[in-house]
Design a protein. Structure first.
Length: 229
């Protein structure tokens, strides 16, 4: 438990609000558990000690990092020895958030206690949340893993099977019409090529002239022949 047991009400409210703000930010990358106020839901075991940092980042079942939020009252030597030193030995990234006016004191305390912190951020309240500025990074310490983007395989449509066109069967000689059959077809009502090119009136006139019976000369009467003689 932190040596700072009682904070001023205003600082405690600001402290808890920043924890929730950071949890919302990092939920896009990791699973985040928080220990807000007197809640102790996310323990971290470091050696023989069990500590409860303000934020605990996990990647699956593996611990990915821890973070601690300090206020003006909690930036002191007791807090550095009780928590900062142990969190810096956890072999995971350790981020420390302090007020803007407490940055210089934080650096002096880290050097005095040999607390190796991955990143030190300063914060101050704003209208839409907090202004966060990364002031220090220790490249020798482990860093948070990069964002893991899910790999989405492009949807490939299955190939469409197209049936091959069958080759046309050659016409056999036995199926071709013979000249006699073609001539018989023209007699049975099929018009010849010359008849199809004629005008409709000419066709009708030709058809009636062919179908009309011929007039034959009537025989002379015997009586008439005798009278003439």
């Amino acid at each position: 438990m932190s040596p700072i047991l009682i904070r001023p009400v205003r600082e405690q409210l600001e402290h808890d609000r920043l924890i929730r703000h950071l949890a919302t930010m990092y939920k896009k990358r990791f699973e985040v558990d928080v220990n807000v106020g007197d809640e102790q839901v996310a323990p971290v075991k470091i050696g023989a000690l069990t500590l409860y940092p303000d934020l605990v980042w996990t990647d699956g079942k593996r611990l990915a990092g821890v973070a601690e939020v300090e206020t003006g009252e909690s930036v002191n030597n007791l807090e550095a020895m009780a928590q900062w030193v142990h969190f810096s030995r956890a072999k995971v990234p350790f981020h420390l958030y302090v007020p803007v006016h407490g940055y210089d004191a934080t650096r002096r305390l880290c050097d005095a206690n040999q607390a190796k912190i991955t990143e030190i951020w300063t914060y101050r309240p704003s209208l839409d949340g907090f202004d966060l500025v990364k002031m220090y990074t220790d490249a020798s310490q482990p860093a948070l893993p990069a964002v893991r983007k899910p790999t989405v395989k492009p949807a490939v449509a299955p190939p469409v099977k197209v049936a091959a066109a069958k080759p046309a069967k050659p016409v056999s000689k036995s199926a071709r019409p013979t000249p006699k059959a073609a001539k018989a077809g023209s007699k049975n009502g099929k018009l010849s090529a010359a008849a199809r090119t004629m005008k409709p009136k000419a066709r009708a006139h030709k058809a009636t002239s062919r179908g009309a019976p011929r007039k034959t000369a009537s025989p002379r009467k015997k009586g008439g022949a005798a009278r003439g003689r």
